[in-house]
Design a protein around this ligand. Structure first.
Ligand SMILES: Nc1ncnc2c1ncn2[C@@H]1O[C@H](COP(=O)(O)OP(=O)(O)OP(=O)(O)O)[C@@H](O)[C@H]1O
Ligand SMILES: [Mg+2]
Length: 387
């Protein structure tokens, strides 16, 4: 995992994919069911996005909004400047043919066509490439996914992993900027899943945007960005990175209580000796952890960056006087997501894993600070800290 939307700091209006305030309601026999509750997501070109969530959380419903397989009840989907939710069926088919590659769980290759014929099919439909170029291009794409040797085989004669690789080559036929894949590795053994994941990773490096739904959290972790969806809502990405030990429902609870705050370069966020009533997760920028030990002397003991957190020492300790100051670095502003004391307490009561992790962080940070406070150890420690 690397950066989150929160961490990128790019204006959403620059984003390649903009999903704004998406609500999707299904009419069922039991009444209306809201599968997506006001979801907003912005994705950039070249991002490889893993979408995870429990069964029924809304993953397929979300990606069906991108592919136009389904339409939002309200809200907007804009991809590369096109308002996808407004396209009528005929324009939608044309747009999809040129801009989108779709990969499904069960490959969906045509069984009576060879792999190369399957890959040529979208080119025949879009007529983007002259007939004489199509076969050469299809072969080139199959070569890129490691299937040149079996290009003329029928789907039934190759493995599931190879069929899925061929389906990816087919999705690339018209060189679309976006590939959407719903559980593309769901039917594969872990080795084939790794191969398919690797192909997507390469494509993202070449500038394609990949949106891949998966049940496999470990795979999603290896994408450049992970979106967690719980009960039709998107978990804040800073929360998902800072508190990975929470269940998706607990992450969502934290998301709903977050306060966004920005501190100027050099601004003090927590002052040593004063009270602190919030738990902070860094979305963007860096902070220094500074221990003051009299006569205005101070030692910088650590630097914290995106996805890291502070404030837990005071919230978990008796008496909430800060044991160190936290200050935005001079280089840039710091954007944080903060949780108030009460929600923080509720979460650690509900989530043993969070309590355990943070308790050990507190133990470690308190020990480090105590070390800095002892003059005989100080110089050695500072040397180490600065190394
Ligand atoms: N056409 C539909 N009509 C009624 N309800 C639907 C429809 N499609 C999806 N739902 C409901 O919306 C919710 C989200 O479904 P969705 O298929 O998006 O989940 P998912 O996260 O993809 O799950 P899975 O991991 O099982 O594929 C589920 O409760 C599902 O029953
Ligand atoms: Mg699904």
């Amino acid at each position: 995992m690397s950066t989150a939307e929160d961490l990128l700091g790019k204006a959403p209006s620059d984003a390649f994919i903009q999903m704004r305030d998406i609500v999707k309601t299904f009419k069922t026999q039991a009444g209306e069911f809201t599968a997506l509750k006001n979801v907003s997501v912005h994705l950039h070109r070249g991002e490889f996005v893993g979408v995870v969530g429990k069964s029924g959380s809304g993953k397929s419903t979300l990606v069906n909004m991108l592919t136009g397989i389904d339409h939002p009840t309200s809200g907007e989907v804009q991809i590369g400047g096109t308002l996808v939710h407004k396209l009528k069926e005929s324009k939608m088919a044309r747009w999809r043919g040129r801009n989108l590659g779709i990969v499904f769980q069960f490959y969906q290759l045509l069984p009576m066509l060879s792999l190369i014929e399957n890959v040529m099919l979208p080119m025949d439909l879009s007529e983007m490439y002259s007939p004489s170029k199509r076969e050469e291009r299809a072969m080139d794409l199959l070569d890129r996914v490691g299937l040149a040797a079996v290009a003329h085989d029928m789907p039934a004669n190759v493995s599931g992993g190879q069929q899925q690789s061929a389906a990816i080559a087919r999705a690339l036929a018209n060189d679309p900027p976006l590939i959407v894949a719903d559980e593309p590795t769901g039917n594969l053994d872990s080795r084939s899943a790794g191969t398919v994941f690797g192909i997507f990773g390469e494509l993202a490096k070449q500038g394609k945007t990949i949106v891949m739904v998966t049940h496999d959290n470990a795979l999603a972790e290896r994408a450049s960005r992970k979106l967690v969806i719980a009960d039709g809502e998107i978990v804040n990405e800073t929360v998902a990175i800072a508190l990975p030990m929470l269940t998706h429902e607990q992450m969502l609870k934290a998301t709903k209580h977050l306060q966004a705050r920005t501190f100027a370069p050099g601004e003090t966020i927590i002052r040593q000796g004063e009270s602190n009533d919030a738990f902070y997760m860094i979305a963007d920028g860096y902070t220094d952890v500074i221990v003051e030990h009299g006569q205005g002397r101070e030692v910088s003991v650590a630097r914290l960056g995106p996805g890291e957190h502070f404030g837990e020492v005071e919230l978990l300790h008796e008496g909430n006087r800060a044991i160190a100051s936290i200050r935005a670095t001079l280089q840039s502003a710091v954007r944080v997501r903060a949780l108030g004391r009460q929600v923080f307490q509720e979460l650690i009561t509900e989530a043993d894993a969070m309590h355990e992790t943070l308790t050990s962080v507190v133990r470690q940070r308190t020990a480090e600070n105590a070390m800095v406070q002892r003059p005989d150890r100080r110089s050695r420690y500072v040397e180490t800290a600065l190394a």
